[in-house]
Design a protein around this ligand. Structure first.
Ligand code: FAD
Length: 382
């Protein structure tokens, strides 16, 4: 058993750390307040090869794995979850092209993404279809040579800034097997009938874009079908098996970033004539936080390693996602506590981290859904 990262992985980690520390720190608070992030930063990240490193080299990626993707995202989220989220979500769904897309689709969409010159997203959630993705009713009717899409999706990452979105659509409403009713279509957002409404004032991750999106008779050609007709649901599950592993890395990064802020604070803040780090109550908190982060990191790296080594394991991915999200929420709570009242003010970074954490237990599968998956594998049939 080898727990060491390779020299190449350590170099990637270091480069991502330096990039985040150099580029995010000074703008993070402003991006949170303005609820925007500079497109030039995305282009820079693309030029330096930080976007979608799991994408094959022939499509502009680095041809690396999800572990390397996770290492980069961990470093980004450590410095700022909002910008970290945006630089991850720009390639959100690219896995569908890699796994199921045609050569033409890969050539058309992926190089733009990896270079940071286009933004994508994945529109799945609807007003009446959240955890129960199979109830999605946004329809795509095939009329000979094109699909006509009608419906609306909510809380979609990059909905108001994306160049194209993958859209989870109902194409076979008559099919008796529920899991064979949907298909995934790629929709360019400049098509007639597409509209978006940016959601302002979400709790955290404000540097990243989230919007409600609407499709009124949006027409896309037949070749915009990604994968097979009626296979959208199993394709979506294969995407989640990968994306949840690196969303776990978001949690690890956020928790480590919050822990680092807490360590810095307790070593400088004095009360009762001594550093608050000298109180055993503080030391116990720091010990527990550090241990939890390390546990979440180990499980996350294992889940990613298994994917990269042809041993993808849905249960381990769900465990990593649930555990890292819980860790982030608990660790950032203690980190803010250690800051006292200052932690509640937005001139202290920990306040932004605190607001960002909660969503990790909601998107990409709520914590309850992750536990349902884990239990299904552990208990089996009974
Ligand atoms: C910041 C942000 C960004 C997002 N980005 C995207 C995006 O890019 N694309 C996208 O498609 N969606 C996105 N979402 C939506 C997100 O994926 C959904 O919010 C999530 O899947 C949960 O769906 P819901 O909100 O409808 O909650 P519901 O499914 O209504 O769940 C409500 C509660 O009921 C629980 N529950 C539901 N079913 C069960 C069950 N069977 N057993 C036990 N408990 C259950 C849930 O765990 C939860 O606690 C985003 C959300 C946020 C907040």
């Amino acid at each position: 058993m080898d727990f060491e990262l390779s020299k190449e992985q350590l170099d990637i980690q270091k480069a991502a750390r330096e990039f985040a520390q150099g580029e995010f720190r000074d703008i993070a608070r402003d991006c949170d307040v303005s609820e925007e992030f500079p497109r030039s930063l995305l282009e820079k990240a693309g030029d330096l090869g930080f976007i979608g490193v799991f994408i094959d080299e022939e499509y502009g990626g680095a041809g690396l794995g999800f572990l390397e993707h996770a290492l980069i995202l961990e470093e980004f989220w450590k410095v700022d979850p909002g910008i970290g989220q945006e630089l991850c979500s720009v390639s959100f769904g690219a896995e569908e092209f890699l796994l199921f897309g045609t050569k033409d689709q890969k050539n058309k969409y992926l190089p733009l993404i990896t270079r940071g010159r286009a933004i994508m997203g994945f529109a799945i959630t609807e007003p009446d279809s959240g955890s129960d993705t199979l109830s999605a009713s946004t329809s795509a009717v095939f009329d000979g040579n094109e699909y006509v899409i009608n419906g609306n999706k909510v809380m979609i990452g990059n909905g108001s800034i994306a160049d194209f979105l993958l859209v989870f659509c109902l194409t076979e409403p008559e099919e008796t097997t529920r899991s064979q009713r949907h298909s995934i279509l790629v929709v360019e957002t400049d098509r007639e009938g597409y509209e978006s409404d940016k959601i302002e004032g979400k709790m955290g991750l404000r540097a990243s874009d989230t919007a409600n999106v609407f499709f009124s008779d949006v027409k896309v050609p037949e070749e915009n079908l990604v994968g097979e007709r009626g296979k959208g649901f199993p394709q979506l599950m294969q995407f989640f098996d990968r994306s949840r592993a690196y969303v776990a890395a978001h949690g690890v990064g956020l928790a480590q970033g919050a822990l680092d802020l807490a360590i810095k604070h307790v070593k400088t803040r004095e009360q009762f004539g001594q550093k608050i780090a000298s109180f055993q109550a503080t030391q116990f908190k720091i010990a527990e936080m550090s241990t939890r982060v390390e546990l979440a990191r180990t499980l996350t790296h294992k889940a990613c390693w298994m994917i990269d080594n042809g041993r993808l394991d849905t249960k381990t991915v769900a465990m990593a996602k649930w555990s890292a999200s819980r860790t982030a929420v608990e660790v950032v709570d203690e980190a803010l506590q250690l800051h006292g009242g200052y932690g509640y003010m937005n001139d202290h970074d920990v306040e932004r981290f605190y607001r960002a954490a909660k969503v990790l237990e909601i998107y990409e599968g709520t914590k309850e859904i992750e536990k349902i998956i884990i239990a299904r594998y552990v208990l089996g049939r009974y």
